[in-house]
Write a protein that binds this ligand. Structure first.
Ligand SMILES: Nc1ncnc2c1ncn2[C@@H]1O[C@H](COP(=O)(O)OP(=O)(O)OP(=O)(O)O)[C@@H](O)[C@H]1O
Length: 502
């Protein structure tokens, strides 16, 4: 391997004569050398620039070389350190190597000895850089909360890396459960705003009349219940990131106020008169097709263009190939530990089924299924027979079967939902576990021979679940393994369907 002959050295040696001698040796090797004779001076130099090599005497007039080594190890990990020691301090030099120094030179040493050590250090640096470069070019299987090495996910990671330090607004689209929130977090944590707040606001789950105050805050007495001044998400996200999840669910009137805020960075609290200015980076997400929402007048076009500067599309899980088994294995390990089970792997049949299923609920649905398998079974291999019927039946591949149990469900919830699905069937004719609603159960109301439209049967299922959850839509959504906004959207389309059919 060719040694790079233009390298920089910071030499810390208190003896002026030895310093001059070593400088000469190092220059002969092609180094650009800066010589200082105090520890404080060395630290000041490194605040301004970082040398490739630090050649450091262990004994200095103002501090120990070991203290400097420690600082370099925690603050300047790219600098390679060579210690200089006298005979009496060899033990200390050995200790320094344990603390991360590359090598040590025992005084007195000649030009040849220094040359060998410096060349070795440079070779090692080159190798480390080469490995880092190679690693960067490899597909990443884990990236800031994401698991997945498919090409489509690599493209997502690359975009996140590129946009992280910019202030440009990012618009994330993708089906429910594809990881839009993970993506928003990744953008924040990969960028230079990471030390400030990441504030997430779900525009679908906050009641319409509260959302303005949630974003902008309110003053005392602004409305009934506003007992004190309160900062909103905009103030809390100052210097950081404001994540507007389910942005297409936002009320049109509020959309125009948001537009003004995005354009100027200025807003007023609800009930307030004072203008406040903040520096916020916007990341928005939706599982709708935003342009369709614009076309139908539900999402302001001007707001769309403000927010949709850098689009990121999260691919559905079914399009991510081997990522499905990668994720399933990772989840199996995690839930295994949490539940104290002994599962070690997935059988090859299980892998095939997981790979070929549609995953309408994407990663969230995969999480639920693996959790169920782990909770309900005890073995070392996940066999295909342990998978819920929706994955193994042909009918289910058309997504007619909706899981009715979610990870967050409690025993209480399950009892209620079992009532909803009181006539369950299973493919093999054995008694059903009561956890899933199959297509057959949709005709439980004594209409066995009557085929009803799919949207209507779906409506019945969703409405029954909401009823069982005492009208709590987010809770019903969690148990149905869909997002609350999906329910709101479906309600809108049922109204339209009913208008058409009445
Ligand atoms: N690639 C991934 N690797 C690991 N975990 C993931 C991945 N994608 C999503 N998840 C996990 O799946 C769950 C759902 O992800 P997330 O909430 O980000 O999805 P979403 O697209 O925002 O869903 P929704 O539209 O319903 O709000 C979370 O627990 C998240 O941690």
């Amino acid at each position: 391997m060719e040694i790079d002959h233009s390298f920089t050295v910071l030499l810390v040696e208190d003896s002026m004569s030895l310093g001059a001698l070593y400088t000469e040796y190092l220059r002969a090797e092609g180094a650009k050398v800066t010589h200082v004779n105090h520890g404080e001076d060395a630290l000041a130099e490194m605040e301004r620039w970082q040398p490739d090599l630090l050649v450091l005497d262990i004994k200095l007039p103002d501090m120990s070389g070991m203290d400097i080594l420690q600082k370099v190890q925690s603050n300047y990990t790219d600098i390679t350190v060579i210690m200089i020691t006298a005979h009496g301090t060899i033990d200390l030099a050995v200790e320094s190597m344990k603390s991360g120094a590359f090598d040590f030179l025992v005084k007195p040493f000649d030009a040849k000895r220094l040359s060998i050590t410096v060349r070795n250090a440079l070779k090692q640096r080159q190798l480390v850089n080469l490995v880092a470069k190679y690693e960067q070019s490899l597909p990443k299987a884990n990236y800031k909360g994401f698991v997945g090495e498919s090409l489509s996910m690599q493209a997502v990671y690359k975009t996140i890396d590129c946009v992280a330090n910019s202030k440009a607004s990012v618009f994330i689209v993708g089906e429910s459960g594809t990881g839009k929130e993970v993506c928003a977090h990744a953008i924040h944590h990969a960028g230079n705003r990471r030390d400030n707040a990441f504030v997430a606001l779900n525009c679908a789950s906050i009641p319409k009349d509260l959302i303005e105050s949630e974003i902008f805050g309110h003053t005392k007495g602004a409305f009934t219940g506003a007992v004190a001044n309160r900062d909103g998400a905009a103030s809390r996200a100052d210097g950081g990131t404001l994540f507007l999840d389910e942005i297409c669910e936002m009320d049109l009137e509020l959309q125009s106020k948001l537009l003004r805020f995005i354009q100027t960075g200025i807003f007023q609290k609800v009930g307030g008169t004072k203008e406040e200015r903040v520096d916020v980076r916007f990341v928005s997400a939706t599982n709708r097709i935003p342009w369709e929402e614009v076309k139908h007048g539900r999402f302001r076009e001007d707001l769309f263009y403000r927010l949709h500067v850098i689009p990121i599309e999260l691919p559905p899980l079914r399009m991510r190939g081997k990522d499905i088994t990668l994720l399933a294995n990772k989840l199996l390990k995690e839930y295994n530990n949490e539940e104290g089970k002994q599962f070690k792997s997935l059988s090859s049949d299980t892998k095939k089924i997981l790979q070929s299923y549609d995953w309408p609920g994407n990663v969230r649905q995969l999480q639920n299924i693996i959790r169920q398998v782990v909770v309900l079974n005890s073995s070392d291999i996940v066999e295909a027979s342990m998978l819920p019927p929706q994955l193994t039946s042909t009918l289910s591949r058309t997504s007619l079967v909706q899981p009715l149990i979610g990870v967050q469900s409690t025993a209480e919830d399950n009892r209620g939902l079992t009532d909803v699905v009181s006539c369950l069937s299973s493919e093999d004719g054995k008694e059903d576990t009561g956890l899933y609603q199959t297509e057959a159960s949709l005709s439980c109301s004594g209409e066995d021979d009557k085929i009803i439209p799919l949207w209507l049967s779906e409506k019945h299922t969703i409405e029954a679940a909401i009823k069982q959850c005492d009208g709590n839509v987010p809770k019903a959504a969690a148990l149905l393994d869909i997002s609350a906004s999906t329910i709101y959207r479906k309600r809108q389309s049922w109204e339209e369907q009913q208008k058409v059919t009445s």
